[in-house]
Write a protein that binds this ligand. Structure first.
Ligand code: GDP
Length: 140
């Protein structure tokens, strides 16, 4: 297994409920290291560009509105097999289908307000990390 980096976003439903620390503890307990982190307010343009891949999906406009509804915490997680490991600890998109103890099973409010984003491939992780972070902001 290789050491990888992946992009994580703690979404507005979770920052609103003051869950950043609880979610970060799940990452750290799973062996993922938070090597970059910042709390930011997304604009509609930035959220729309980030989720460009979903532009044709019926939920795109709602998703962009949700992502700008409050601050988010963007972060880079590093560790062995980090992309798959993060997807595992996040749980399924729909919290009703997420395995017990995953972040979404524990904290998500709905399929949309599901508390976290995580890159779904190593290639997307590289692009998504570069979307939010300069190399100098990542400190292993
Ligand atoms: P993820 O990789 O598990 O985050 O899931 P996707 O890439 O398929 O979807 C991106 C995000 O869009 C999800 O995390 C949800 O916030 C939202 N989303 C996905 N499916 C739906 C849906 O059916 N309805 C709504 N309202 N939002 C959705």
């Amino acid at each position: 297994m290789a050491v990888e980096r992946t992009l994580s976003i703690i979404k507005p439903d979770a920052t609103r409920r003051n869950l950043t620390g609880k979610i970060n503890a799940v990452f750290e307990d799973a062996g993922l290291r938070i090597v970059a982190q910042k709390r930011i307010q997304l604009t509609p343009a930035t959220a729309g560009a980030f989720y460009e891949v979903h532009k044709e999906r019926p939920f795109y406009n709602d998703l962009v509105s949700f992502m700008v509804s409050g601050p988010v915490v963007v972060q880079v997680l590093q560790g062995e097999n980090a992309v798959a490991k993060n997807r595992e600890v996040m749980g399924a998109t729909d919290p009703k289908k997420a395995e017990a103890h995953t972040i979404r099973a524990q904290f998500a409010e709905s399929i949309e307000a599901n508390s976290v984003h995580g890159s779904d491939s190593l290639e997307n992780a590289k692009n998504e990390i570069a979307f939010f972070f300069a190399g100098t902001e990542i400190l292993p």
